[in-house]
Design a protein around this ligand. Structure first.
Ligand SMILES: Cc1cc2nc3c(=O)[nH]c(=O)nc-3n(C[C@H](O)[C@H](O)[C@H](O)COP(=O)(O)OP(=O)(O)OC[C@H]3O[C@@H](n4cnc5c(N)ncnc54)[C@H](O)[C@@H]3O)c2cc1C
Length: 396
């Protein structure tokens, strides 16, 4: 690279993590180029739970209010048993003194991405380009040079001092730097069905978010603005075509509502689920955030939330580091702490939820039910439990 870099930071990937990180870096005075390979934001049936600390962090970017307005507020959530019904309903009111947002907001992640892009449009420090795929990265003493392929196939080059990888689980940046991303893949895939059935009218005692335990038929019921979302584990012996076959989809919905003639299905997807964490979240002036750095199962709704925390906490430090006010050790500390959260907090919480929902031992299932019931009776224990499940404990 001959001239000085055009931007302080290049952010690769304009999902929920990349857009919010770019915006915060810009608001803290850095110039940012944000490249997103998709041409437009589409409704994504992936993350839909926004936890209290995420709403707190998004507030200064002007993004928590739009989510609250577009979403459904979950002031409680339930643990249920497929045979018995409701075991406990955990009310977030117990967190009233801990956060200004004692609830979850249920809304599709693409609402956040779209709202962030709207704010970015008025933010002079960010140059955001859609339909722009980063295809090559070079680094020298001056910084980074990335090649970007535009919608028409033309390739341009952008330069920066820092590089943030927010390009998802198949990160080209992580691959370029040969950063190990090992872990495991869960045995079953997840079938995610969005239905316009009014499940809250059919089963009147449901909360907005419900985790339903059963050795064979565990599932999750979440109410989103686009409908009820039902997540089931699929039989691993079936092909994707069989798992998404309308007859199979209806057979799964029948487990939730057995007696209907028609089952209106809005959307169906099948996901493979992994638990993987990158070997490091920092390599010099390259930073990995979000799914580029860690992936986990969606039970507990923590992947995107922790990714947003990675990026927004990094954006607290990077401007100071660039000005010489913050040491390199502070960035190493960020990388280690965020990696520890991904491995030991998000990884173990979500795996714990998976184990609790699918357990086949009647003795352990009874013990888990007793544990959940006790949370309903004991306010102190309930507050501690909710501080963890709402992710407040991961950032305090
Ligand atoms: C069924 C399901 C339910 C989930 N529910 C929840 C939940 O409730 N709560 C939660 O916290 N998490 C949840 N998750 C996880 C959540 O969806 C992810 O953690 C989240 O999308 C990660 O955001 P990200 O911005 O890091 O990555 P992504 O959302 O994957 O965004 C990466 C972006 O980078 C772009 N990109 C990739 N490569 C390039 C390139 N070379 N150049 C330019 N752009 C590029 C992609 O197009 C994409 O837009 C769920 C996941 C699944 C599968």
């Amino acid at each position: 690279m001959t001239a000085s870099p055009q931007f302080d930071v290049i952010v690769v990937g304009g999902g929920p993590v990349g857009t919010t990180t770019a915006l915060k870096l810009a608001k803290r005075g850095m110039t940012v180029a944000l490249f997103e390979k998709r041409e437009a934001s589409t409704l994504e049936h992936r993350a839909s739970t926004f936890h209290p600390p995420t709403l707190e962090m998004l507030e200064e970017l002007g993004l928590s209010q739009p989510l609250i307005e577009a979403g459904i507020i979950a002031r409680s959530y339930q643990f249920r048993d497929a045979t018995i019904g409701k075991i406990v309903e955990l009310d977030f009111a117990v967190l009233d003194d801990d956060t200004a947002y004692p609830y979850r907001v249920q809304v599709e992640q693409s609402r956040l991405t779209a709202a962030a892009q709207q704010v970015i449009a008025d933010e002079p420090n960010v140059t955001s380009t859609l339909g722009a795929e980063v295809i090559a990265i070079r680094e020298d003493d001056e910084g980074f040079e990335v090649d970007v392929r535009g919608e028409g196939g033309e390739v341009t080059t952008a330069t920066s001092t820092y590089l943030v990888a927010a390009d998802g689980s198949r990160s080209i940046v992580r691959e370029h730097y040969d950063i190990d991303f090992s872990g495991h893949t869960y045995p079953e895939r997840y079938l995610v069905i969005t239905t316009s059935l009014p499940l809250h009218e059919i089963h009147e005692d449901l909360a907005v978010v419900n985790y339903v335990a059963d050795p064979e038929n565990w599932h999750v019921l979440l109410r989103n603005p686009s409908g009820w979302r039902v997540l089931f584990p699929c039989d691993p012996a079936l092909t994707t075509e069989q798992q998404t076959d309308p007859a199979y989809v209806v057979s799964q919905l029948r487990r939730v509502v057995p007696e209907l003639d028609g089952y209106p299905v809005v959307h169906v997807t099948v996901y493979e689920v992994h638990r993987k964490v990158a070997q490091t979240f920092r390599k010099g002036n390259v930073f990995l955030v979000g799914d580029a750095a860690h992936v986990n199962n969606p039970l507990g709704g923590m992947g995107m939330n922790s990714g947003i925390h990675d990026g927004l906490l990094l954006a607290e430090l990077l401007p100071g580091y660039a000005n010489g006010e913050i040491s390199s050790e502070a960035l190493d500390d960020w990388a280690e702490k965020r990696r520890a959260v991904a491995r030991h907090y998000v990884g173990e919480e979500t795996e714990g939820n998976w184990n609790a929902l699918r357990d086949t031992s009647e003795e352990r299932r009874a013990a888990k039910r007793a544990e959940w019931e006790a949370l309903g009776r004991d306010e102190t224990a309930r507050r501690q439990f909710l501080l963890t499940s709402s992710m407040l404990a991961s950032v305090r």
